[in-house]
Write a protein that binds this ligand. Structure first.
Ligand SMILES: [Zn+2]
Length: 287
């Protein structure tokens, strides 16, 4: 075997996920639209702001349950009070993340280990914050992934899950081009060393569609992404969990026997052939 590459559930070589911030009321229309097209994603919420607003701007906890959680979407941390980790002393950053986790987990009765950085996130640093210290305390706080605001249209899986760069923001001038470039890639037909999986992550805020009067853009993006077979639609955490499970596969020294110690069925491509290993199962590859 020359190369082995991850395949998503069902043997698919591409995955799509959305990441939308701030928990505003336009998330209702966003979530309904995504659900209509079979798309999945994650809504990033500010724990200290839950049910506080008293205005029409923010989703209530009941709406979050109904519109997001019961529809199979994920909720994730976005700072208790929406403060950028790169701008805070580490002790303040720690409190922002921990308070957010505690509030969301208490309000919704589930474990919330995902995150999207608020404001400028880790784009730059002051007050003693650094990329290393933020990463260290996020690990200590059991945050397993954190999305940045930096567009990276490489469509590769994140190398650092605590600096998970999205592919594009929906209002980037070339957002539709980015979608089309992702759709045009076919890892199955690629050269043997380029058959690695591709991941598209779109991010933004749903109120931007309302403000710009361009909900049609969302429909267009959803329509294009849902029209193609061979794409796994998943929340941010589903992608993280699956990729970590793939990384848990155990191989013999000659790489021909593989054991899956996880609870997920794991798929991979080895030099153009597709394999799947059942949970707890062992597969022998041809020599
Ligand atoms: Zn935000």
């Amino acid at each position: 075997m020359r190369y082995r590459f991850l395949r998503f559930p069902g043997g698919k070589s591409k995955a799509v996920t959305f990441s939308y911030d701030d928990g505003c009321r336009d998330d209702i229309r966003l979530a309904e639209t995504m659900a209509r097209y079979g798309l999945k994603g994650t809504f990033n919420l500010n724990g200290a702001q839950l049910g506080k607003d008293g205005t029409d701007w923010r989703l209530t906890p009941g709406e979050i349950r109904r519109v997001i959680l019961e529809k199979g979407f994920e909720i994730a941390n976005h700072g208790a009070d929406h403060r950028a980790n790169g701008l805070l002393r580490p002790i303040e950053g720690i409190r922002e993340v921990l308070d957010c986790r505690l509030e969301l987990e208490k309000a919704f009765g589930r474990i919330v280990r995902g995150m999207a950085y608020p404001d400028s996130g880790i784009n730059f640093f002051q007050n003693g914050a650094s990329r290393e210290s933020v990463k260290r305390y996020l690990e200590d706080l059991d945050i397993v992934y954190a999305r940045t605001t930096v567009s990276d249209p490489s469509f590769r899986l994140p190398e650092d899950w605590l600096a998970w760069n999205p592919s594009c923001h929906h209002s980037d001038p070339d957002a539709l081009k980015c979608v089309d470039a992702f759709l045009a890639v076919d890892p199955e037909k690629a050269y043997v060393a380029s058959r690695y999986p591709r991941l598209f992550m779109l991010w933004g805020h749903s109120f931007e569609f309302e403000r710009a009067g361009n909900w049609a853009l969302l429909e267009e993006i959803c329509e294009r992404l849902s029209a193609e077979d061979g794409i796994w639609h998943a929340t941010n955490m589903e992608i993280y969990t699956y990729v970590r499970a793939y990384g848990s596969l155990i191989f013999s020294a000659d790489h021909l026997t593989v054991h899956n110690p996880t609870l997920l069925k794991i798929w991979f491509d080895a030099d153009g052939a597709l394999y799947a290993v059942e949970p707890g199962g062992t597969v022998r590859l041809p020599g």
